[in-house]
Write a protein that binds this ligand. Structure first.
Ligand SMILES: NC(=O)c1ccc[n+]([C@@H]2O[C@H](COP(=O)([O-])OP(=O)(O)OC[C@H]3O[C@@H](n4cnc5c(N)ncnc54)[C@H](OP(=O)(O)O)[C@@H]3O)[C@@H](O)[C@H]2O)c1
Length: 503
């Protein structure tokens, strides 16, 4: 990074507007420089594209967090112009990525949210379910499973302008995952709203109607963004969960099935420790990603509601991979992007990583089944793969299939990432700032933080016991599974064998 341009705020602003318009595929005129950047729905990858390009243009290092510390283009341009002047000699990061909010102080549940009655009768045949996240990955498969495993109608919270477009959004999402079945269509009912708004953005009348009529809630929605800080995700992930708890407690007591994450054990305190389903997750210090911080606080809110008498069940998945039989999944998830990027580089880093992934069919089937067992209430479940495999299994499999791939020392891989990955043709190019940023007191990079020695050992014994006899099992991480995934990734155009082999 050698070129250092001295640009003024107006020039930087014009540059940002045109580049934001480009990544969002909209006209520059549609961008209002005084509007918060997150109102444009910028995702992690798009944010990385902007940061990487800005870094190249200005000639100094930028933290990906910058976009959210200076949340409008106007504010960001001003700050970058100041920094461009100051940093003529020096290269430094512009934000302190080590600051963690006091998560324990954030975990305060509105006092008015408590079940009106402590008497609750479990209903094994619910008629009306409320589900969030139905336009997302796991949510789509949860809808699919709940349609199969119950007779209930499913009321789905959707961000859309009206019920017609809301229904269309749900349908398109299930179609994209090859699980849309027209005969079930009447049982999928959109409820227009937004997690980040009071009462989920639903009118008081509508909220009360739902509170009276629904029998159980499945809360799967969240903003999954590994770049945004806690403050940018709090409204949807933390306050949204609070509104879900309000709905669960209001008028009639409804059990809440909350999709959390193994990320609640991301504090370095748990590194190398065995954590079981019913272990406390009180330690939050050092959780570095804003997303994980919100999942910790949100699960604490659910815990508080449970202590106030609300029946709740917690499901903690690891990374969720594609369907084990069809391979259909999220192509732009971290594992897929890393695999594609490393294939293009011709090498994987030599790191002691475990493939902590569970196929989406296992996760969704297990949640739908466990949620219908009365004894699940009050418990947490770990949907961890029972036999996780080391990353080297994936590399061995890729090699045995003729992919030209080597394992090289981690430092050499990082150097290659900096020096050889120089265009957006490699998906790791836009992830470079994220992968190379130093986080936490120990100044570790994201890949360092995922080393086996820095991770907890997640036990899933109690979950497997609870699933015993259900016929639900997790597909082994083996050649069959990799073949299924690779076929889908090639067929969908995400992986191009020729370009990998000729690289
Ligand atoms: N995927 C994983 O590997 C993984 C691992 C562990 C835990 N989890 C947890 O599993 C759950 C589902 O994850 P996923 O992979 O299915 O995520 P996803 O594909 O990104 O879907 C997120 C869903 O949340 C909805 N959402 C986000 N903000 C919202 C808001 N303000 N109002 C209403 N809905 C909103 C999205 O709606 P739009 O379509 O409108 O954006 C979408 O339906 C999350 O709670 C996540 O934390 C996921």
């Amino acid at each position: 990074m050698t070129t250092k341009l001295s640009m003024n705020a107006a020039e930087i602003q014009a540059w940002l507007v045109s580049n934001l318009a480009e990544v969002l595929h909209i006209q520059a005129e549609e961008i209002d420089v005084t509007q918060p950047l997150d109102s444009y729905g910028l995702d992690s990858t798009q944010a990385m594209v902007i940061v990487t390009k800005a870094q190249k243009m200005l000639g100094f290092e930028l933290s990906p967090m910058l976009l959210w510390h200076y949340p409008t283009i106007e504010a960001l341009s001003g700050r970058l112009a100041e920094e461009a002047q100051e940093s003529q000699q020096e290269t430094k990061s512009l934000v302190d990525t080590n600051s963690t909010p006091n998560l324990a102080a954030e975990a305060v549940l509105d006092e008015t949210i408590r079940p009106l009655s402590t008497s609750f009768k479990f209903n094994p045949n619910p008629q009306n379910l409320f589900l969030t996240g139905g336009t997302g990955f796991l949510g789509a498969f949860l809808i699919h499973e709940l349609l199969q495993q119950t007779d209930a109608d499913i009321y789905c919270l959707v961000r859309a302008t009206d019920t017609t477009s809301g229904k269309e959004k749900l349908k398109k999402n299930l179609e994209a995952y090859a699980i849309w079945d027209e005969q079930f269509s009447p049982r999928i009912i959109p409820i227009i709203g937004d997690l980040s708004q009071p009462q989920l953005g639903i009118s008081t009348e509508g909220f009360e109607m739902l509170a009276t009529n629904i029998d159980a809630i499945y809360h799967s929605a969240a903003m999954l963004n590994y770049v945004f800080p806690y403050s940018a995700l709090k409204a949807a992930n933390v306050l949204g969960t609070q509104e879900i708890l309000r709905l669960a407690c209001q008028i009639k007591v409804k059990p809440l099935h909350y999709v959390s994450s193994v990320a609640v054990f991301e504090s370095p305190y748990y590194a190398g420790k065995l954590v079981k389903e019913d272990d406390s997750f009180d330690r939050w210090e050092g959780i570095f990603l804003g997303y994980s911080q919100t999942k910790w606080v949100a699960e604490k809110l659910v815990k508080i509601a449970s202590q106030r008498g609300l029946p709740t069940t917690i499901y903690r998945p690891p990374l969720i991979s594609g369907h084990s039989l069809t391979g259909v999944g999220n192509t732009d998830d971290f594992v897929n992007l890393m695999t594609k990027g490393c294939l293009q580089m011709g090498c994987f880093p030599e790191v002691d990583y475990m493939l902590d992934v569970s196929p989406v069919d296992y996760v969704s089937k297990a949640i739908a089944y466990l949620s219908r067992q009365e004894e699940s209430l009050g418990n947490a479940f770990h949907l961890q793969h029972p036999e996780p495999a080391p990353l080297s299994t994936l590399v061995d499999w890729l090699s045995s299939f003729g992919f030209p791939i080597k394992i090289i020392p981690y430092e050499a891989w990082q150097d290659k990432l900096v020096n050889d990955v120089t265009s957006e043709e490699n998906p790791l190019y836009t992830l470079r700032p994220f992968l190379l940023e130093r986080w936490s007191e120990k100044q570790l990079t994201i890949p360092d933080l995922y080393l086996k020695s820095n991770r907890p050992i997640i036990s899933c014994d109690a979950t497997l016991n609870a699933l015993a006899g259900s016929g639900i099992s997790c597909h082994p991480i083996d050649g069959d599974l990799f073949t299924t995934y690779a076929s889908y990734l090639i067929q969908s155009g995400f992986l191009n064998l020729e370009s990998v082999i000729n690289n």
